[in-house]
Design a binder for this molecule. Structure first.
Ligand code: PMP
Length: 382
């Protein structure tokens, strides 16, 4: 993406809003501003569009038995899915299964259940390929298990987990719900995942060129959740507060575009990743790749073996190139990447990670500029 000579390779943190999405957002605010819960004609028009956007999202994802709850993003969706289901079904058991490399909004929600409500937790480590398998999940299930939360694509190393297989395995245990944080997966894969057997699915708009502050939890209709906020009972009681029609329609638009253009976007991003990977592989005395066996071209993570990762990220930034060291949501208390650490990597490697996250708006020319800048920086800093 060309932004006044800035090269933006931090698209797993957030993407630039698509003008087509912004247009929907602005038009809706201008035209359909009435409160969808008002019973007058304008309110009812808003309500109709609001409800229809939910149906359209379910159609886009082929999830007919589900319902959409619009929320402020993936963090809120993960919290509602995890705390809302665990607290609602705590009479059935108190065991939760997750992985060591989930996003903090999953890990911290589960830790809260553990500390404050006495839940017990099994943290699965990714295998040698960097993924969580259905066998690993099934082995961890006990007669106390009520919830499994495994992300579709990891936000730091890009690992793509076999979500359909895990969902099928969990289906054999009627008491166990399956939550998937799919916000790095939707619209960003060679082939979209089939989420039909997933009970609770998290999506976020700003990872797919939607607006920051919008996301949704998509849940199977038969599942109940304990609402985390109380109020006027909007969103079937799951998320009180005035419905945000412009946000809803803009999220739907972002999803529609990202799914429709997914294959072409993947093709572009794959070329970018291959160019960078061939450079990094040539320089394996300087860099170590932190990637799953099946590489996801959207996220390329590597560590500097000779210089501090954070110093390189800063030097790149001074050259107008934006990349991350650890995920932007990562707690500042932590020194390195717990995600890379979960792959069994040393402290040297996990403390010096660099994440390049591509987007279809990036170009090969930008990758070449990045490579030259990195080469120069590595030679210069002491
Ligand atoms: N889950 C994952 C996997 C993410 O990458 C992120 C964003 N870094 C989130 C959750 C949080 O998303 P949001 O900003 O929409 O709350």
């Amino acid at each position: 993406m060309k932004l006044d000579n800035i090269i933006y390779f931090d698209n797993a943190s957030t993407t630039r809003v698509d003008p087509r999405v912004l247009e929907v957002f602005n038009n809706t605010h201008e035209t359909y501003f009435a409160n969808p819960s008002s019973i007058h004609g304008e309110g009812q028009k808003s309500f109709y569009l609001f409800s229809r956007s939910k149906e359209e999202i379910l159609n886009l994802l082929n999830l007919k038995e589900s319902e959409v709850i619009y929320l402020s993003g993936a963090t809120e969706a993960n919290n509602l899915a995890i705390k809302g289901s665990a607290l609602r079904y705590k009479n059935r058991g108190n065991h939760i299964i997750t992985s060591l490399y989930e996003h903090p909004s999953v890990i911290e929600a589960i830790e809260q259940l553990k500390k404050e409500f006495g839940f017990s937790v099994t943290y699965l480590s990714p295998n040698k390929e960097g993924i969580i398998t259905s066998e690993m999940v099934e082995e961890a299930i006990t007669d106390k298990t009520i919830l499994v939360s495994i992300m579709a694509v990891n936000n730091e190393i890009g690992a793509i987990n076999p979500i359909s297989d895990i969902a099928l395995a969990i289906k054999k245990y009627p008491k166990v719900l399956f939550h998937v944080d799919a916000c790095q997966a939707i619209g960003k894969l060679e082939k979209e995942i089939d989420y039909k057997d997933v009970d609770l699915l998290t999506i976020s708009a700003h990872k797919i060129h939607g607006l920051v502050g919008y996301g949704a939890l998509i849940k199977k209709k038969r599942i109940e959740l304990l609402p985390l906020n109380s109020g006027g009972g909007q969103e079937n009681g799951y998320r009180s507060g005035t419905e945000d029609l412009a946000g809803a329609l803009s999220l739907k638009k972002a999803l529609e575009i990202s799914l429709k253009e997914e294959k072409e976007h993947y093709r572009i991003v794959n070329e970018l990743a291959n160019r960078l990977l061939s450079y990094l592989n040539d320089k394996n005395d300087l860099f170590e790749l932190n990637l799953p066996s099946k590489i996801n071209p959207y996220i390329i993570n590597f560590s500097s073996l000779t210089k501090k990762g954070s110093v390189i990220v800063e030097a790149l930034s001074n050259n107008g190139i934006m990349v991350s060291s650890v995920s932007a949501c990562h707690s500042s208390k932590e020194k390195g990447s717990y995600v890379v650490k979960s792959l069994g990597k040393s402290d040297l490697v996990s403390n010096n990670t660099i994440r390049v996250s591509f987007d279809y708006t990036n170009t090969l020319e930008e990758v070449d500029i990045f490579i030259s800048a990195l080469d120069k920086i590595i030679g210069e800093i002491r």
